[in-house]
Design a binder for this molecule. Structure first.
Ligand SMILES: NC(=O)c1ccc[n+]([C@@H]2O[C@H](COP(=O)([O-])OP(=O)(O)OC[C@H]3O[C@@H](n4cnc5c(N)ncnc54)[C@H](OP(=O)(O)O)[C@@H]3O)[C@@H](O)[C@H]2O)c1
Length: 321
């Protein structure tokens, strides 16, 4: 699979990264319902077999569980030590599993220590502030991360869900290797100014939820959504999966399916390739939770859309905007 350099760093990431949110499972506010760890490990192995060379996780995914499963998968995989791992801080949890946000120095350092322990590593390749919250603490958190770089605990630092003014606030403190924003056909806010800011400042962009958290695979029906576990965050919080919006999305997806079929491709692959069409985008982070899901998503990593196809997608998106 083609690789791209992440911003100014020495990291060369495959166009597709493995997203480890869903394998954090259920039993927390932004969970995906029950998930079997053995299946998660096999899914990660399949992703690595398919050429994917990096994994994005976060302390908060499953309240530590995702990081632990990633560590297990890498320990059980030949060459697992060479896989690039990105994780995140700022979202923490109380004993009752409720979530809070903290970017104070002590908290960031404690979180990093905990992630190193769970990931069973001495150094984290890419450490990201998950959300710019609490907003008043972003400079303090970013300074703590610079200390962690100096201490050799992390190699590169990135931000996630930051807008341009927020990146401008932290950039003078230390270089931003990457931004991790949401980006998919139904969520294009980054196109207004964020992508060009990253391009101009050589900040890598690792785009998340390229398939709109599974919706753009074209495999959802009303019945399938109704059958999702109640604790699946998509059923609880994601408006793209609900009501009239879902109906309209389904019409769009059927048209994307027809377009993709002309290339013997699937809507999921079109969705991923579409995100990768932008030169500012370094990679797409794609989630998977079952072994059989991997070949389809990995297969999108080398599909480069031509201008005519991009234009046809643009017209469809305009029709359904
Ligand atoms: N920084 C942030 O705030 C943030 C936020 C969101 C995501 N992320 C990162 O980005 C990654 C990807 O985002 P995402 O998981 O929201 O969305 P996504 O990649 O758009 O969708 C992933 C989901 O689609 C389904 N899927 C995957 N392959 C499939 C296939 N071949 N056929 C049918 N369904 C398939 C799976 O869920 P089901 O099988 O359950 O449908 C999977 O969990 C996350 O894992 C995380 O690392 C970061």
């Amino acid at each position: 699979m083609r690789k791209r350099q992440l911003g100014n760093t020495d990291l060369h990431l495959t166009a597709i990264g493995f997203g480890a949110w869903a394998i954090g499972g259920g039993d927390w506010d932004f969970g995906w319902g029950p998930q079997d760890d053995d299946e998660s490990v096999k899914t990660i192995h399949k992703a690595l077999d398919s050429g994917i060379n990096w994994i994005d996780t976060a302390a908060i995914y499953g309240l530590g569980r995702s990081e632990e499963v990633v560590a297990r998968a890498l320990a059980e995989y030949p060459g697992g030590k060479d896989v690039i791992v990105a994780t995140k801080c700022s979202m923490r949890w109380h004993e009752d599993r409720s979530i809070y946000r903290d970017l104070t120095t002590d908290s960031v350092k404690e979180e990093c220590h905990n992630s190193l322990r769970r990931l069973k590593t001495d150094t984290i390749d890419l450490y990201q502030i998950h959300w710019p919250e609490p907003l008043a603490q972003i400079e303090e958190g970013w300074r703590a991360i610079q200390d962690l770089i100096a201490e050799g605990k992390i190699r590169h630092a990135g931000v996630s869900n930051f807008n341009v003014p927020q990146m401008e606030r932290v950039a003078p403190i230390g270089p931003i290797a990457s931004l991790q924003p949401p980006y998919h056909m139904l969520e294009r806010n980054v196109e207004a100014e964020i992508l060009s800011y990253c391009g101009k400042n050589n900040i890598g962009v690792v785009a998340y939820s390229p398939m709109a958290s599974g919706l753009l695979t074209g495999k959802f029906t009303k019945e399938k959504i109704a059958a999702l576990p109640d604790e699946d965050w998509r059923k609880k919080y994601n408006r793209n999966f609900q009501g009239e919006k879902f109906e309209r999305n389904m019409e769009l997806i059927e048209k994307l399916r027809a377009l993709a079929a002309e290339f013997d491709r699937t809507p999921a692959q079109l969705a991923i390739a579409w995100v990768l069409r932008r030169p500012e985008v370094t990679c797409a982070i794609v989630g998977a939770r079952k072994v059989e899901q991997v070949p389809e998503i990995a297969g999108a990593g080398d599909w480069v859309l031509d201008e005519a196809t991009i234009e046809r997608v643009e017209r469809l998106l305009a029709e359904y905007a």
